[in-house]
Design a protein around this ligand. Structure first.
Ligand code: CO
Length: 265
């Protein structure tokens, strides 16, 4: 069942999504070699609570942390831990917030130090693919138009592995609503989108093959070939005139550019 949001609901959702953006901006300022992902998770949890929200992921299907922090060959759903980050690591930070009854859910991948040309290109192209998908989030288009745009720019153009088992999703009173938003598919396929549909679009793109596996902890998802994977996620509302982005990368990018430990494209 697809829930279309009213303009008033969309403004409430925008606050939840922007609180996620602010939490990721805090992370962007703190990242450096030697920091642990568990310490980042604590900052994220406190920041969300200090701003009137609840971390959406904590206890979701038993998930035990505030955030998902996925380093290098971890695709998504990485557990924050006590391992220190190192120069050359890439790190996807995925945060969810429940505030005033609605969820925000988005993610950003950072490079700590220089991970090398190939990985910087993967980061750049995955972000580009996300925006190419978002461009299609217009009333009258179909979900498959988003999927196709992402797959074209990543798998077809660069030969990257597009993860099949995990997908984007509707977002609202629940963290995961219909429809599913795969990062691969056919143009003109899938449900037709109408104004007020809020989607979390989240390409998970592997430098090598698309195959993944789940670790024994039941959550951590890794690439089978142990090559790195990149994940960006935005929350977007479908409108007649075009996509309305509810999450905002600009403050995150500003903090990223100002942090001398982070590599930017
Ligand atoms: Co999501």
């Amino acid at each position: 069942m697809i829930y279309y949001k009213t303009p008033a609901e969309i403004e409430v959702m925008r606050q939840s999504c922007l609180l996620v953006s602010s939490a990721l901006t805090e992370v962007a300022a703190l990242l450096r070699p030697g920091i642990t992902t568990l310490s980042l998770d604590k900052v994220i949890g406190e920041f969300i609570q200090d701003h009137g929200g609840i971390p959406s992921f904590l206890h979701y299907n038993g998930y035990p942390f505030n955030s998902c922090i996925s380093v290098n060959d971890v695709v998504v759903h990485g557990f924050p831990n006590n391992q220190e980050l190192r120069e050359g690591d890439i790190i996807s930070v995925d945060v969810g917030v429940l505030k005033n009854g609605y969820h925000g859910d988005h993610a950003y991948t950072f490079a700590i130090g220089d991970p090398g040309e190939d990985i910087m290109q993967l980061i750049r192209v995955t972000k580009e693919a996300l925006y190419k998908g978002i461009e299609k989030a217009v009333a009258g288009n179909r979900v498959g138009d988003i999927s196709f745009a992402i797959q074209e720019h990543t798998e077809k153009k660069y030969g990257y592995g597009v993860v099949r088992e995990l997908v984007g999703h509707g977002l609202g009173k629940s963290l995961h609503e219909d429809p599913q938003v795969p990062n691969y598919g056919k143009r003109g396929s899938g449900p037709k989108m109408k104004e007020g549909l809020v989607l979390a679009i989240e390409p998970m793109i592997n430098l090598g093959k698309r195959d993944i596996y789940t670790e024994k902890d039941g959550w951590t998802i890794r690439t089978s070939d142990h090559k790195p994977s990149v994940h960006f996620e935005h929350d977007v509302c479908v409108q007649k005139n075009g996509p309305d982005l509810l999450s905002d990368f600009r403050p995150i990018e500003a903090a990223e550019a100002a942090n001398p430990h982070l590599f930017t494209r």
